[in-house]
Design a protein around this ligand. Structure first.
Ligand code: HEC
Length: 281
């Protein structure tokens, strides 16, 4: 009898012990970089703050803080990854604490050519914490991938993963997630094919498709049903432009895409891709 009554207390005690939040803060601020051979390298935050190439920069057009961005302590990505095997990798995959997973073009991230966008790893110094994100009780730290001159290389707002904790050098998205691809028979200029590329940069960071992908923030957009099967055709592009114009609640996470990020044609092409995928389950 006593045992059955104590059992819940015991379970609670175990739950408290294994709770992820109870692990030491130090572990949560260690950046893991997985090289192109699959080997993991751990970088404690103190090591990164003391990196010989660390610098302090101002960033403009930062999606996390807008016009209130703090000055960032950064390491150029090309320097951070110097000495780490990158050969054969097409993508630098950045995984964030909240389940956001960006598939960044490795060549772009690794470039230090000032005629294009330059990527930096911003590091939140625990001694000088960043402000909380708007409407949230957490900051963009511990690590945030930021860009200088993003427009020069068409870097959009979803290529700025905040709360990043893991960077992995990987093969192309097409090789790793064949379930998200369009039919081979589609012409090269088919809207759905263009839509796939836009989907990978803007949507795949939060959504999976046909079970393919890594993100855990939003729902799979084909399983069990595809949004083109239950959204009125005129409403879906409107939803993508501004989700709160269709439904609104306090904890809504889906961002709207302004016209300077995705044009009307871009939204139509993404919808064409979704519609195409409804026939490829
Ligand atoms: C930052 C993460 C994020 C990004 C980026 C994002 N979404 Fe979402 N999306 C969500 C979340 C989370 C939901 C669930 C509703 C919510 O919490 O807002 C959602 C909901 C949706 C829904 C509604 C599903 C339903 O049945 O109600 C559709 C359709 C959708 N997203 C499509 C897209 C497309 C297409 C893109 C790219 C243009 C995209 N999303 C980009 C996070 C995201």
């Amino acid at each position: 009898m006593v045992w059955t009554r104590l059992w819940p207390c015991f379970l609670l005690a175990v739950a408290l012990l294994v709770q992820p939040g109870s692990s030491s803060a130090a572990a949560e601020t260690t950046l893991t970089i997985v090289d192109a051979k699959g080997e993991a390298h751990d970088f404690p935050i103190d090591t990164l703050l003391a990196h010989p190439d660390a610098d302090t920069i101002m960033v403009t057009g930062d999606p996390a803080y807008g016009t209130d961005s703090p000055r960032y302590r950064v390491i150029p990505m090309s320097r951070l990854l110097a000495g780490i095997p990158v050969e054969g990798a097409d993508i630098l995959m950045a995984t964030a604490l909240d389940g956001f997973v960006a598939q960044l073009p490795a060549a772009r991230v690794l470039s230090s050519d000032p005629s294009g966008a330059i990527a930096y790893l911003a590091i939140e110094d625990p001694a000088k914490p960043w402000p909380n994100l708007k409407g949230k009780d957490v900051s963009a730290g511990p690590y945030y991938v930021v860009w200088i001159n993003p427009k020069l290389s068409g870097i959009g707002p979803e290529a700025w993963p905040f709360q990043t904790i893991r960077l992995e050098l990987k093969e192309s998205v097409a090789k790793r997630y064949p379930a998200i691809l369009v039919a081979d028979t589609l012409p090269a200029d088919a809207p759905a094919r263009r839509g796939l590329a836009l989907f990978i940069d803007n949507c795949f960071v939060c959504h999976r498709m046909n079970g393919g992908g890594e993100a855990t923030i939003g729902p799979d957009l084909n399983l069990p049903m595809n949004p083109t099967e239950y959204f009125q055709p005129a409403v879906l592009p409107r939803f993508l432009r501004d989700p709160s114009s269709v439904r609104h609640w306090a904890d809504q996470k889906m961002p709207g895409f302004a016209a300077d990020v995705l044009s009307d044609r871009d939204l139509q092409d993404i919808v064409s891709y979704l519609a195409h995928m409804a026939g490829r389950r």
